[in-house]
Design a protein around this ligand. Structure first.
Ligand code: URA
Length: 243
């Protein structure tokens, strides 16, 4: 790929901005030889100011989302892109969130610029488990797990019933909910449907992938082995095997 296109696509600036960086002689190969905008280059052999470039396409990362950030590129309030290097917002193809977490939901959020991977993760057909730790405003009644597992629960204004979901009761107001689809505000609406209210919601696992020791507000790039863990057949076993 032409050096100028490669660097502009990584979000280092518009083509005009990047052309100016070339003119300043700040873009070199790994040996420090100055490169020119039209040079055909390999990502691994290009540096800016002596530093390697940001990771190439395809880039997938996990973010430990805090409360108060919206999964959007534009919002009057705080957005998840503010937790990443500024350039990541300007990449082409776009680094998009894989599904969404509500502004008040915390936990594991994946972001990728790989459209096929995004589709594979969010598709209900892949039946990838999403695990949510839930704190409720009221005590559980006792019949929620049966209702959620029935495959018959319909959310307000929806025609299709929800796929069966698993509820593990951890305390009078604490539970773990395991979903295989991702409808709008699904966890909150499910508890509303059984007369409760979600006070706090945290996504702790997708497939076999957990946050590990990633602290709130931090992110890290996923490697091949993380993606293997994400799609591990028996996700819990996959997680244990690979830690
Ligand atoms: N379900 C919700 O209600 N909110 C989320 O953020 C994720 C799942």
């Amino acid at each position: 790929m032409k050096a100028l296109k490669l660097i502009a696509n990584l979000g280092y600036g518009s083509r005009k901005d990047v052309a100016a960086i070339f003119r300043e002689g700040r873009i070199t190969d790994a040996n420090g030889e100055v490169l020119y905008a039209d040079d055909q280059v390999e990502h691994a052999n290009v540096q800016i100011d002596g530093e390697p470039l940001d990771p190439p396409f395809p880039l997938t990362l996990m973010l430990h989302k805090p409360v108060g950030y919206t999964c959007s590129t534009k919002d009057p309030g705080a957005i998840i892109y503010e937790l990443l290097p500024h350039r990541f917002r300007l990449r082409s193809p776009l680094l998009a969130s894989v599904g969404r977490l509500d502004r008040e939901t915390t936990g594991l959020l994946l972001m990728t610029d790989d459209g096929a991977l995004l589709h594979k993760i969010v598709s209900p057909r892949s039946k990838l488990e999403k695990v949510y730790d839930v704190t409720l405003a009221r005590d559980l009644r006792g019949d929620e797990a049966k209702t959620f597992a029935s495959g018959k629960l319909k959310l307000e204004s929806e025609r299709e019933p929800l796929a069966p979901a698993t509820l593990e009761v951890l305390g009078p107001r604490q539970a773990r909910l395991i979903l295989t689809e991702g409808r709008y505000h699904q966890a909150r609406r499910m508890f509303a449907a059984v007369g409760n209210h979600v006070e706090a919601l945290h996504r702790s696992r997708i497939g076999g992938l957990t946050l590990g020791d990633l602290e709130e507000g931090n992110w890290r790039v996923l490697q091949e082995r993380d993606l293997a863990r994400l799609f591990a057949k028996d996700s819990r076993q996959g997680d244990e095997m690979m830690t």
